[in-house]
Design a protein around this ligand. Sequence first.
Ligand SMILES: [Zn+2]
Length: 446
Amino acid sequence: MSGRKGNNEGVDEGGREMLLLVKGAQQVVRVAGAGERVKLGASMGDLAIISATQHDGVSIAVQQDGKIAWVGPDSEVGAKFPGARWGRVVEACGRAVVPGLVDAHTHPVWAGDRVHEFALKVAGASYLEVHEAGGGINYTVEQTRAASEDHLLNLLLPRLTRMATAGTTLAECKSGYGLEVETELKMLRVLERARPLAPLTISSTFCGAHSVPKGLSAEAATRLVVEQQLPAVVEARDKGQVAVDSIDVFCESGVFNVAQTRTILEAGRRHGLRLNFHADELTPLAGAEMGASLGAEAMSHLEEISEEGVRAMAKAGSVAVLLPTTALVLRLPLPPARAMIQAGVPVALGSDFNPNAFCLSMPLVMHLACVMMRLSPNEALTAATLHAAHALGKAHQHGSIEPGKMADLVIIDAPRWDHLVYQLGGNDHVITHVIRAGKVIHERHN
Ligand SMILES: [Zn+2]
């Protein structure tokens, strides 16, 4: 290696080793604000796009640590990085570049799919009827408890790869199909083993209160989560065996009520976990109001949130993680997305990938959010990048194209980025490159 180290602004006189240069883009959709981490109200639709001029495309320079060093006109790269040696140059060829997509809600570690339930649901069986016919979450719990760690890992990795192929570079991944100490820890260990092997970044969530185990009361299950599962997870975390960012509870009628959910969340908070839970999905329980009172960082679903709950979330700054696939599959009423945005709630999106809603594609989720929940395409992109990263406490590193953040990028095979949302289910073709931390993790070969 020769040459002097560049300064913080990326200007260098001596020829610096750089990881990646993306050049010739028609649009770089930064989704950036003036240092803000969320875009509230009308600003949610402001994507801070840098467009090419007639003679000059847009470049993104990535330094060796995988972070963005600079974004600007192609013609200024030479002056900014004189003599730089680029590990790789990706020609964007007049295409659009958006931030890597962030999936704020997934349940990807499980064995035993539920394809056999699909016909039942289409024929009109409710979530509860499927459950009573021996299907639903209990079936997944049995299969996941019986599966080895290796088997679960082998099932998980291709799912994460499919997410990444569709543009996801950061995903929240929950445990929650064990409902007892051993399997919950097994699921978190599987996520830990996946971390260096997966093409995307993982944020782990402990979701031992995903359901009440068969034969137990919710009260007894609450005690087991607080007195057994959580301490075991925290111990494993403190020993460096698993990283866990958040705690999740399925707050629902017939599952964990609001008081039990609060008890579990407060216990998680005492151990430094972020609060990110399922609220007001099937029944209006005022779960959002309770979550806001605890300062929960994020709440998911919210199909049945009250007006008071919307106001409380806006005040608390809690991110609403909306999941259009679940509403579609279970034919639920839709959450009041427009009212949330108007009230100043930061709205994010997640795939809710799980055996009940087998969707690994955030572009499809964004499309559904637009059509079903009336987000504008711009708002859907902010929801699936910056706001989803904020829901996971990762907006300082992910979710927008800004110097200092990780170079997580998706190149769209069109001069306008919104083809990503417009081409329904077409993301396999509309994406040419997915880049994570400056490394190309997916490239279309045609
Ligand atoms: Zn979920």
